[in-house]
Design a protein. Structure first.
Length: 527
């Protein structure tokens, strides 16, 4: 043991002496220009390194060695000890193949997200080593070419306009509120169009509240603002576009009552809200496009995936390019000095209207909901009625003489939303389960494209995909029918192989499997 340590010290000392020999001619007194010319001449000449490699020494390395030697002498030229204690940095080939399969599934999927989706297997290697190993794969160049083509198409569709940039100096000084959408989500056999409303802190870029709503309306705007204000307090200012929900009298009146200044902005000027637009790009790349590979049970389940998988696991802890730190660290859990009680929020975030109750029944209507006015309200005159868009059951009428709020009695009890912990197979569900600190047997990552490759490889007993054309055919099949649960897909493929036998082309198995899946889906719809 002692001998090995002495040998390592001797090797490090020899490397330091070799480095000193390379820069010795540069340590003599000379002008700055003369030293620069000598360094450039040395950088153009290849030398044999202690490891046996033959290559030139870069200009930056020579300057660094001179600076270290002049500061601390020969000991400073010794090579640093590796932080990984000599462990192998090689990435397993099966891990690279898994990553390439995930990139085939979605060419513009970032490698940061790919490493996260690999779960515990991806945590065993460093980020740089993982990126180098994936980039060295023969199919990586073609996949990235597809991603660049998609990016060029998106850039051509976007419009660029000049805008004035501003930056908050402290958390909760300015909030930004906007919606991403709408986009289509498949819930069961139904396709629904939804949008995501988010409150973003301007200084830290942290997500303060986010919801999934069927449309960007007044109820959704008040709901997401209430969630952010109840958790973090009130902002000094808020910045949002000129959408009818944010520009409505009810929303502006609520902000004025809470003492929140709304920054004036021009309509149709998206680049002026660059911070939340950048967040929307991350939302699209890491969540909206991943929903295609996720089984969604309901809108409540979709909102759980948004908050748990995207916000908490992917976005809040990812270093932000603009501030050079993750949003969670930049916010540091700071709560606004301007607090607001839940009662104050309930009183402010309501819609007020002056309505004449029905003369015979004493009823008032808000959209599809109807309420009965109390008997103590005088008949035959208009009254001010308040309606909470977030909780329609909490409505009131203002007494015309005393000014007191009297609750309105609904004509029927509203149906309460389901609050069950719904789950569905998929990659976002995997991240949500890890965020919740549990690993359940049914929390599979979903049978996406990598799992279909592996299943076909085991069933057909050959390499799948054999080439790029075969990979494209499987990818087209997955886009039409995926994502698919594990057990039904394996059972369907077994029946297809039993009926067709072995040795058939891959296209025959995929066509028969797609017909079987569509036939089963139609039978479920009829039942």
């Amino acid at each position: 043991m002692v001998g090995s340590v002495v040998m390592l010290l001797a090797t490090a000392l020899e490397v330091a002496r070799w480095r000193l020999g390379q820069i010795s001619v540069l340590l003599d007194p000379m002008t700055t220009d003369e030293r620069r010319r000598r360094i450039e001449a040395l950088a153009d000449t290849a030398v044999e390194w202690p490891s046996g490699a033959v290559r030139p020494i870069s200009v930056a390395t020579l300057y660094r060695w001179i600076r270290l030697f002049l500061a601390r002498g020969l000991q400073a030229l010794r090579p640093r000890r590796r932080k990984d204690k000599g462990r192998s940095r090689a990435v397993a080939p099966e891990l690279v193949e898994k990553a390439i399969a995930l990139l085939r599934e979605r060419p513009d999927r970032p490698l940061y997200l790919v490493k996260k989706l690999l779960g515990r297997r991806g945590r065993k290697v460093s980020r740089s080593a993982f990126h180098r190993a994936v980039a060295a794969h023969p199919a990586y160049a073609r996949i990235r070419a597809r991603a660049r083509a998609l990016a060029r198409r998106e850039r051509q569709e976007s419009r660029r306009r000049r805008h004035r940039r501003f930056q908050a100096k402290a958390p909760h000084e300015i909030w930004q509120l906007d919606a991403k959408g709408s986009f289509v989500v498949r819930i069961g056999r139904e396709r629904r169009r939804v949008c995501v409303l988010t409150v973003l802190d301007d200084m830290s870029r942290a997500v303060l509240a986010a919801i999934v709503a069927p449309e960007e309306d007044l109820a959704a705007a008040m709901r997401v603002f209430r969630l952010a204000a109840a958790r973090w307090g009130l902002p000094g200012k808020i910045y949002c576009d000129r959408h009818s929900a944010y520009d409505s009298y009810a929303f502006r009146e609520a902000l004025a009552e809470l003492g929140v200044h709304r920054i004036r902005t021009r309509p149709r000027n998206a680049p002026a809200r660059g911070k939340i637009e950048a967040y929307h790009r991350s939302l699209k790349r890491w969540f909206v496009k991943e929903i295609v590979h996720q089984v969604v049970r309901s809108l409540e389940h979709l909102e759980q995936l948004l908050l748990g998988a995207f916000v908490e696991v992917l976005y809040q802890d990812h270093p932000h390019r603009g501030i050079r730190t993750p949003p969670r660290e930049a916010l540091a859990g700071v709560i606004s000095a301007r607090r607001a009680s839940l009662q104050r929020l309930d009183r402010a975030l309501v819609v007020r209207k002056e309505i004449m109750p029905d003369r015979k029944t004493g009823e008032v209507a808000f959209g599809a909901r109807r309420f009965r006015v109390p008997a103590r309200i005088p008949a035959g005159q208009k009254v001010v009625v308040g309606f909470d868009p977030v909780d329609p059951a909490r409505a009131f009428v203002v007494h015309p003489r005393t000014g007191r709020r009297l609750p309105l009695e609904p004509l029927f009890e509203p149906e309460r939303p389901r609050t069950a912990d719904e789950r569905g197979p998929g990659r976002l569900q995997q991240l949500l389960d890890e965020h919740r600190g549990r690993r359940l047997p049914q929390a599979e990552a979903g049978h996406g494209l990598p799992e279909i490759f592996a299943l076909l490889r085991r069933t057909l007993e050959r390499r799948v995909p054999a080439d790029e054309d075969e990979a494209d055919r499987i990818q087209d099949f997955y886009r039409r029918v995926g994502p698919l649960p594990r057990a039904p897909l394996e059972a369907a493929l077994a029946r297809v192989c039993e009926r067709l036998g072995t040795g058939r082309p891959l296209e025959a198995y995929l066509e028969a499997l797609e017909r079987r899946i569509e036939k089963r889906g139609a039978a479920e719809d009829e039942s």
